[in-house]
Design a protein around this ligand. Structure first.
Ligand code: NAP
Length: 290
């Protein structure tokens, strides 16, 4: 039985971060400036605390000025908006990320809307989402959500050209499925977005040269849904009862059918933070001139 090529997101993300670190060092040497990434965490959700700590650490490792603002769980909407206004106005701040999910008493949409779009390194502000939907942002020049951007970089590593390929995205979230579909469209794929109301999902997925699974259900995508030789990007991160992480694709079986596949962990996950750092550098260059 043939085995798919494993797409090593951990190694590719490390390479990406090393490239960012050399660019940061060159900018520092030439201009005496470093990009500044500011992450805002409200409350003490354990998973969010871990994510923020690792964003802070990896940003610092690339030589960026990395700052985490940890605010109490009962922070009011007005106080959080005031913090964002302060960061928007500070010229030393290039990237602002508000860690989601926010506590329930806060209005997430209003908070995201309050981030300066030029500093919105999560790519969620309606202006950035609109530019992406309008075909004007590719991640090369403008800010697009980090997980889809990282998934595209992985696809480009294994596929010489994406043009004309059939891509099926499973999931239509604002954070992953929708922006992923836009990026694939911009790369000239023929794109189908599927969701919980899609009829005969296995038949739709069987058409795909590229499958992107962003569902949030362990081993949801079965091997017999996958066209032999297809490239499979598994975005899912599901915590299993034994504490291990599992993707949305039945990896053990799919690896015998796919042409290339991302593992979980070690696939898309590490690319997400690397792309956050890349977005911070993109925002720095766009604001201050590269
Ligand atoms: P989400 O907002 O919950 O969206 C899940 C999507 O899956 C929805 O569009 C939903 O359809 C669809 N879906 C649910 N059940 C389905 C079914 N039976 N058939 C077809 N589609 C179905 O989740 P998300 O934020 O996009 O995240 C998805 C997964 O990616 C999660 O496991 C998350 O942890 C992971 N994730 C990983 C990273 C990373 O860095 N690797 C980053 C973000 C998220 P409806 O719209 O119809 O409800």
């Amino acid at each position: 039985m043939s085995q798919a090529t494993l797409i090593d997101g951990k190694a590719i993300a490390a390479e990406l971060r090393a490239g960012i670190a050399s660019e940061v060092a060159a900018i520092k040497a030439a201009r005496g400036l470093v990009p500044g990434l500011h992450v805002v965490l409200v409350g003490d959700d354990p998973a969010s605390r871990v994510y923020v700590a690792s964003k802070e650490k990896l940003a610092a490792e690339t030589g960026m000025n990395s700052v985490a603002h940890r605010l109490p769980a009962d922070t009011s909407q007005a106080d959080l908006l005031a913090k964002l206004a302060e960061l928007n106005a500070d010229d030393a701040v290039d990237g602002i990320l508000v860690q989601l999910p926010l506590p329930k008493h806060l209005d997430t949409d209003a908070i995201i809307d309050a981030i300066d779009p030029a500093k919105d390194v999560d790519g969620l502000h309606p202006i950035n989402a609109g530019r992406l939907a309008g075909g004007k942002a590719s991640g090369e020049n403008l800010l697009v959500p980090c997980t889809p951007l990282g998934s595209m970089l992985l696809l480009k590593r294994v596929l010489p050209s994406l043009s004309g390929l059939e891509a099926v995205v499973i999931g239509r979230s604002e954070l992953v499925g929708r922006p992923m579909a836009q990026l694939l469209l911009q790369a000239d794929c023929t794109v189908t977005i599927t969701h919980s109301r899609t009829r005969d999902l296995p038949a739709v997925v069987r058409r795909a040269d590229i499958v992107v699974a962003a569902v949030g259900r362990p081993a949801f995508v079965k091997a017999d849904w996958i066209k032999p030789g297809a490239t499979v990007i598994d975005v899912g991160i599901n915590r299993m009862p034994d504490g291990k992480l599992a993707g949305d694709v039945d990896f053990a079986e799919a690896v015998t059918v796919a042409g290339a596949i991302t593992p979980v962990p070690g696939g898309v996950g590490p690319m997400t933070i690397a792309c956050l750092l890349r977005n911070t550098l993109t925002a720095f260059k766009a604001r201050r001139g590269s």
